[in-house]
Design a protein around this ligand. Structure first.
Ligand SMILES: O=C(O)C(=O)C[C@]1(C(=O)O)C=C[C@@H](O)C=C1
Length: 372
């Protein structure tokens, strides 16, 4: 099976501006995820300061693609992305999700090694944590590799803190935690602190790019910590690529290798799980069972839901806009189940929007699903 990057490369033919926006700076997890789909030998990767800026660049056409984190397996939804997908101000009418990327996320604590033991007396009287001894077989994970009593503040992205809550509780209880726009920005800030009292929760490569010392490795609460990213593009391109009644999304723009085409034909490998789609909707707030009625549309069409999220709709306090992901594509809908559920939504939801259909990267037989 070819990698998703290989699928994409020929797709550049129709793209005169091979640029991709992602949440920067370089060395963020978003950067890593972006490189999986858009190798930097072929694409110009453009870091942004905010997730909103990724949406802006794709909507304006400045970049044909953008990559944004959507959810983490430990800490849940990335609210900045959901907020933009909610598009309350009607700024992103043309944007759709056209692919997904899974990235294994292993956080390191980076900072400066502690000063000599005699200078600790003013910080704390508790004993230093166990350190790695020369006889240890491999690098220890999830424990401090040095005394952390000199660390007064820790920078990270809110997701970085959420995914390492147990380590922070156990080893950095007294330290101030400061949320910043990305984990790679956190590493930059820790490196800029000449006192050596700042640390960052960031990837291994983000810390080493800033010349920081590793104070602890793999400090995430769960070993299977994974973040899923969405690839965004403008709608008309994707819609225009519908050939032979099949989905023609980002990686399928005339780029499907023979090997993959053969895989596609094996309905038993992918079953009904080859594709996923995302819709957002609001329901009549005061009507009992209104949300259940919308969800029942999917049940009625035999469509399996894979995620449900919500954000305040901002129509009125405590009213919500919902997101539902389900296993099917509007571009590969031989039984009309997706078309049918859209008709149902038209009747049952207050307002609703299709936000994209793409290949399910976590279905059996797709080797390009995860990296990290
Ligand atoms: O801060 C980064 O490095 C990012 O790319 C953002 C982000 C996120 O928003 O979830 C991406 C992956 C990790 O889950 C932590 C942070």
């Amino acid at each position: 099976m070819v990698s998703s990057g290989d699928h994409l490369a020929p797709g550049e033919e129709g793209i005169t501006n091979p640029t991709v926006a992602f949440l920067g700076p370089f060395n963020s997890y978003s950067h890593q995820a972006t490189k999986i789909v858009f190798p930097d030998s072929k694409w110009q990767l453009q870091p942004t300061v905010t997730i909103k800026e990724v949406f802006d660049r794709v909507q304006s056409g400045a970049c044909p693609f953008g990559v944004v984190p959507f959810e983490n397996s430990t800490h849940g939804t990335v609210t900045f992305t959901l907020d933009n997908l909610a598009d309350r101000a009607g700024e992103y009418a043309d944007l759709v999700v056209c692919d997904e990327v899974y990235l294994d996320v292993h956080h390191f604590l980076h900072g400066r090694l502690p000063p000599p033991p005699s200078s600790f007396s003013s910080f704390s009287s508790s004993p230093p944590p166990p350190q790695q001894t020369p006889g240890d077989s491999g690098p220890k994970t999830g424990v401090p590799l040095a005394d952390l009593r000199h660390v007064r503040r820790v920078y990270s992205h809110p997701q970085g803190f959420g995914q390492t809550a147990a380590f922070l509780r156990r080893h950095l209880r007294g330290a101030e935690t400061i949320e910043v726009s990305s984990t790679s920005r956190a590493a930059e800030l820790a490196a800029a602190d000449a006192t050596g009292e700042s640390a960052a929760i960031a990837s291994e490569w983000a810390g080493s790019a800033c010349g920081l010392d590793v104070l602890a490795r793999c400090i995430e609460d769960r070993e299977d910590n994974t973040t899923r990213f969405f690839v965004l593009r403008r709608k008309e391109k994707q819609g225009g690529e519908w050939k032979r009644g099949r989905q023609r999304n980002l990686e399928r723009e005339g780029t499907v290798g023979e090997e993959e085409e053969a895989e596609d034909k094996k309905g038993d490998v992918y079953g009904g799980e080859r594709y996923k789609s995302l819709v957002s909707f609001t329901v009549p707030h005061r009507r009992a069972g209104a949300l259940a009625a919308v969800l029942d549309c999917f049940r009625g069409r035999g469509l399996n839901l894979t995620s449900i999220s919500s954000v305040p709709s901002l129509d009125a306090p405590f009213q919500y806009l919902f997101f539902v992901e389900f296993e099917a594509s509007r571009f590969d809908d031989p039984e009309g189940r997706v078309g049918g559920v859209f008709e149902d939504l038209e009747r049952v939801a207050e307002r609703w929007r299709w936000l994209g259909s793409w290949r399910n990267r976590r279905c059996r037989g797709d080797a390009s699903s995860t990296s990290g």
